[in-house]
Write a protein that binds this ligand. Structure first.
Ligand code: SF4
Ligand code: F3S
Ligand code: FES
Length: 248
């Protein structure tokens, strides 16, 4: 059934902007991205929105709906009262380029700092083998679509711009955890996760887990076990001795 939806959309650029009110005809089976596309088509041809798959799989259409980080293409209008005004704003943690499009290159810089797996020696026949159970352990983390909603909601960088330099954020903590679970990897990421990626700055608020559209248990299955492994390393007497005599 069609109805008139009231929307407030943030319009502006890096210099500043403001919320602008619109009314647009929608159907109750549509999503917020449909409403924005209709706005573009009928009233605001210059409205900037990043999107691609419209199926919740490319991670492009991240923004905030009524202040909550959401994928615009997966947020159904039927989740809201028809009389409600829906407010759409860009992700707050990243600099605005224009309207709802933000510059997420912070994340690409953090990705570059993360070393890939260093594989151990091959078996005698020249092959490498992994047990299926070990492969599956990191599978949950490989579902990440890099929407960066978890990065957007994390208060460590959302409220403290200065922390960005020292904090990789939840998306990359699960990448560290995934690589740390790689059955053939010889690289020890625990020190790197703690010192370079700022794992210790995470105080386990779990907001990242709450907004993940892939339902990844970022905190319980990624961050907390990684923190436990870092602590094990720190209190391992051999590691302590190695640090003292400069071997590690
Ligand atoms: Fe998005 Fe979830 Fe990946 Fe974070 S972990 S970037 S919320 S899919
Ligand atoms: Fe941030 Fe998630 Fe930790 S929201 S504080 S990374 S639990
Ligand atoms: Fe691809 Fe929304 S357009 S996730």
């Amino acid at each position: 059934m069609a109805y008139d939806l009231k929307m407030r959309v943030w319009r502006g650029d890096a210099e500043g902007g403001e919320l602008t009110d619109y009314t647009v005809e929608v159907s109750d089976g549509e999503v917020v991205l449909d409403a924005l596309h209709r706005l573009q088509a009928t009233q605001t041809g210059d409205l900037a929105i990043r999107w691609n798959c419209k199926a919740g799989k490319c991670g492009s259409c991240s923004a905030e709906v009524n202040g909550r980080p959401r994928l615009l293409c997966m947020t159904r209008l039927s989740d809201f009262d028809q009389a409600e005004t829906i407010t759409v704003t860009p992700m707050r943690t990243f600099p605005v380029i224009r309207d709802l499009v933000t510059d997420v290159s912070f994340n690409y810089e953090k990705a570059k700092q993360l070393p890939y797996a260093e594989l151990g020696p091959r078996d005698a026949d020249g092959k490498r083998r992994m047990m299926q159970v070990d492969v599956e352990r990191g599978q949950e983390f490989r579902k990440c679509i890099e929407c960066y909603l978890c990065q957007d909601v994390c208060h460590v960088v959302r409220d403290h711009e200065d922390n960005k330099q020292h904090f990789a954020g939840p998306r990359f903590f699960i990448r560290y955890a995934e690589l740390d679970m790689h059955p053939l990897d010889t690289h020890d990421r625990r020190k790197l996760a703690q010192d370079a990626a700022g794992l210790g700055m995470c105080n386990i608020t779990k907001c990242c887990t709450e907004v993940c559209p892939e339902g990844i248990h970022i905190t319980d299955n990624g961050i907390i076990p990684m923190k436990e492994r870092v602590v094990d390393r720190k209190y391992d007497p051999l590691v302590w001795l190695g640090n003292k005599i400069g071997l590690r």
